[in-house]
Design a protein around this ligand. Structure first.
Ligand code: ADP
Length: 346
């Protein structure tokens, strides 16, 4: 076994093995809407990681004992492919993937308006094709883009990154060597609009001061990652003619395309679901408008009349006949039960 101090992780100029400064992220590439059969999807490359995420649903949760009468459940399945690491990984679930699936489900649950879909499940499949440290954060980041792509109403997209410690230095976004030979790893996920922490784990040892610095670094990293998530969705839904957009992720200022949940309309109004706005000639999307209009518990810099209360926002959206008609990219109607009542009573 290799001794910890036999690997040089930081040179005398404070640069890491790949030339990054302590606060730098590895290169990230995000693509939304890459699978045609899924409700939403995302492909993400991040350093040496490659992941594919697909979202399915909302659909009726089965078996029935899983159903929550008040909200949808988020069922995340994190899976590392057998070929994702140097030595073949034994296929199938193990303790690590079960733990990661659980914490990622809980993090996404904090972002999604699950109360809109009682008794439903929203399935999130995270397939790690190549793993090189930071896969749970990469999975969470990609899952949020896939959920937005599926038109699932969210407070915000979750952005995640790990900070940690190599030698005596607190660093952001550990690569495989740093993860193996470093002294601490702190995966963290936030809702960028509010700064709410939805995932925080720690492996190793940090002093209180180092923990503080690692958290600050991770939050800055998450904000940058969130910008890239938004860009990926914009790129995906940007139309050739800057007019009506592909899947309804459009803005209302007549210019470029919007992203899911990041409608930058200046009018403060809830956008229509999948139909053209008469005011601007752009098509807006219920999923994207929802996230923006709801904005529960956070300030919205775009909209003067942004809601700070989920319930109020729900009412506002439910009152919009067009939104009710074709809610979400999957044509979901928040006022209509997804399931047959009779069947449920049996
Ligand atoms: P994360 O990927 O979120 O950092 P871990 O800290 O548990 O999660 O894992 C760090 C890295 O270790 C993974 O990204 C992967 O490259 C490697 N790894 C994890 N599990 C296995 C495994 N069963 N076999 C080989 N390598 C693994």
């Amino acid at each position: 076994m290799q001794k910890k101090d036999s690997v040089i992780l930081m040179d005398e100029n404070g640069k890491r093995r790949d030339g990054r400064a302590p606060g730098d992220l590895r290169p990230i590439h995000i693509e939304a809407n890459v699978l045609s059969n899924a409700s939403g999807s995302c492909y993400l490359e991040w350093g040496g990681n490659k992941l594919l995420v697909a979202v399915h649903g909302p659909r009726e949760a089965q078996p029935r004992h899983l159903q929550d009468q008040t909200k949808a459940i988020i069922q995340c399945r994190y899976n590392m492919a057998a070929f994702s690491v140097g030595e073949r990984k034994r296929p199938g679930p193990d303790r690590r993937s079960t733990e990661i699936s659980k914490v990622l489900s809980e993090a996404l649950d904090a972002a999604v308006f699950t109360q809109r879909f009682p008794r439903a499940t929203i399935d999130v499949y995270i397939e790690v094709l190549e793993a090189s440290a930071g896969t749970r954060c990469a999975g969470l980041t990609a899952a949020s883009v896939a959920l937005a792509d599926a038109g699932i109403p969210m407070r915000d997209m979750v952005a995640a990154v790990a900070a940690g410690k190599v030698g005596d230095t607190v660093v952001l976004d550990l690569d495989k060597e740093e993860d193996n030979h470093g002294t601490a790893d702190l995966p963290m996920a936030i809702l960028p609009r509010t700064g709410e922490i939805v995932l925080l784990q720690m492996d190793g040892h940090l002093t209180a001061d180092e923990l503080d610095r690692a958290q600050t670094m991770a939050i800055e990293g998450c904000l940058e990652i969130n910008r890239q998530q938004v860009e990926a969705l914009k790129k995906c839904y940007q139309s050739d003619d800057n007019g009506a957009d592909n899947a309804g992720y459009a803005d209302s200022d007549g210019g470029d395309a919007d992203t899911a949940g990041y409608d930058d309309s200046d009018d403060g109004a809830t956008d229509n679901a999948g139909s053209d706005d008469s005011d601007g000639g752009d098509a807006d999307n219920a999923g994207s408008a929802d996230v923006d209009a709801d904005n529960a518990g956070s300030d919205d810099s775009d909209d003067d009349d942004a809601d700070n209360n989920e319930h109020e926002a729900d009412e506002k959206i439910d009152d919009d006949p067009q939104v009710t008609e074709t809610f979400g990219s999957g044509g979901l109607d928040p006022n209509v039960s997804l399931f047959d009542e009779k069947e449920g009573d049996e």
